[in-house]
Design a protein around this ligand. Structure first.
Ligand SMILES: Cc1ncc(COP(=O)(O)O)c(C=O)c1O
Length: 463
């Protein structure tokens, strides 16, 4: 009996020790192979045979054509917290949050547990506009508690879905088809959202220009606001994300709000990137002290990894859809997927529990100080939605990858910089590692540390 008890204690202590070591090991990058490693390269070669070259494979094939296979991307095998492990067992620190999704870190335990409960139930699918389940009810209630002035929503599967739902809602509510969008704005690449996207126009819009309609006009972000006579929808990112982490001048969003009110258009904030604590407030418009919108688009961090989004609106705007007359005017096969709703519900609860805005504020200040101490900058942005100017963001991206840090460039033209958008749960040692890696890549005096073959700009910027 005693022996059994001792064996039990030994097993427990051993399990604790192994878990602790594993956790410790997972905290900072560790590279076992050249980057990309042989397994990643082999998988990319297979991918290139079957995936449209517009996606991942394009980078690999072009790089091969240039004789620079070392620019192949790594292939992810697992990800938790701020650490991503690739197919070769290399461990990287992710300062992209996987395109701004992992505010709570990858595979946040509370979110994974919610998914597991749904899988065990099991309930992995319901039916769009036809049959909902309880997780959708709870999610929409939770979303309304974040933005009580926008209590009704349309769920979707991507940021572009939310944007398209907002444009449709504004059209119905105002009876006007016109949309005003802004230079540098990124709203997604589905035709409806692309019509309002100005960012990287020569790459993203030009091939499809004839299909994008004439209903969208563009104006300068932060510039004079034109007449809204035929415009029902004014769509803007309060802080531009992909456009370079750009803020408008103080008072400009107030001006937009006033103009919309005076001329009868709806104001839509696209906070797909900036939402849920990223900027040091729950939403970027709050961080800027700007007035609330009529509609807001949210996605990315909402469920910590499940593809789900929402367009939330005022009662008046949403009620413009009217009562259903048989066929749903707007729905999707996977709208309100139970797994996604449960994960999003858990994610929102967890974001509140960790006080995401305060975390972003604290860690953002820490990262700024670390970069300043190493002579890096200038840094722009709020909370942990930051960009740092470096001599060559593409070189930085490729160089950092080989130092164990995943980062992406943001912006175009004068705003082209390296995005620093790590999980809000990143810790001090990890932030210091990122700052050291950047400093090593761009030593203060000597300029770029070494020559690296890097992919073309549009290949990196493509999502
Ligand atoms: C502000 C903003 N809106 C919309 C989108 C589109 O989201 P998705 O890629 O999920 O369609 C993005 C994606 O980066 C974004 O940053």
């Amino acid at each position: 009996m005693r022996r059994l008890a001792i064996a039990g204690v030994v097993t427990t202590v051993a399990a604790w020790y192994i878990t602790r070591r594993r956790r410790r090991r997972r905290k900072l990058p560790r590279l076992r192979t050249a980057i990309p490693g042989p397994k990643s390269q082999a998988l990319i070669t297979r991918l290139a045979s079957h995936e449209c070259p517009a996606i991942t494979a394009r980078r690999a094939r072009r790089a091969d054509a240039l004789g620079a296979a070392a620019t192949d991307p790594i292939v992810w095998a697992s990800a938790s917290g701020a650490i991503v492990v690739d197919a070769d067992g290399n461990e990287f620190l992710d300062v992209t949050s996987g395109f701004g999704v992992a505010n709570l870190g990858h595979a946040a335990p509370a979110v994974v547990a919610a998914a597991r409960r749904m899988l065990d139930r099991p309930l992995v699918h319901a039916m769009g506009d036809a049959f909902a389940d309880e997780s959708r009810v709870e999610l929409l209630e939770a979303l309304a508690s974040f933005l009580p002035g926008l209590p009704k929503g349309i769920l979707g599967c991507s940021g572009a879905d939310a944007v398209q739902a907002a444009i449709k809602t504004a059209t119905l509510a105002t009876g006007r088809a016109g949309v005003l969008a802004f230079g540098g704005g990124y709203h997604g690449l589905g035709h409806g959202a692309l019509a309002a996207t100005a960012y990287h126009a020569p790459s993203f819009r030009a091939p499809f220009e004839a299909q994008l309609g004439a209903h969208v006009t563009f104006s300068e972000f932060g510039g004079a606001v034109p007449s809204l006579r035929d415009v029902g929808c004014v769509i803007v990112e309060p802080i531009q994300g992909r456009g370079g982490i750009r803020e408008p001048p103080a008072g400009w969003l107030e001006e937009l709000r006033a103009k919309c009110d005076a001329e009868g258009a709806l104001l839509v904030y696209d906070e797909v990137y900036s939402g849920f604590g990223r900027t040091g407030a729950w939403f970027a418009f709050e961080a800027l002290g700007a007035p609330p919108p009529d509609l807001i688009c949210l996605g990315k961090a909402m469920a910590g990894g499940f593809p789900i989004s929402v367009c939330l609106g005022t009662r008046a705007a949403m009620d413009a859809w009217g009562a259903s007359r048989g066929e749903a005017l707007h729905t999707q096969t996977f709208l309100g997927n139970p797994l996604g709703c449960a994960m999003a519900r858990a994610s929102l609860r967890e974001l509140r529990r960790v006080d995401a805005p305060a975390l972003a504020e604290r860690r953002g200040a820490e990262l700024r100080a670390l970069l300043a101490a190493r002579g890096l900058g200038p840094v722009r942005g709020r909370g942990l939605m930051l960009a740092v100017d470096v001599p060559d963001p593409l070189r930085a991206m490729a160089g950092l990858l080989r130092r164990g840090v995943l980062a992406l460039p943001v912006g175009e033209g004068a705003d082209f910089a390296l995005g620093l958008v790590p999980p809000l749960t990143i810790d001090s040692d990890q932030l210091a590692f990122v700052a050291d890696a950047l400093a090593a890549e761009f030593p203060r005096e000597a300029g770029p540390a070494r020559e690296l073959a890097v992919p073309e700009e549009d290949e990196v910027a493509g999502r």
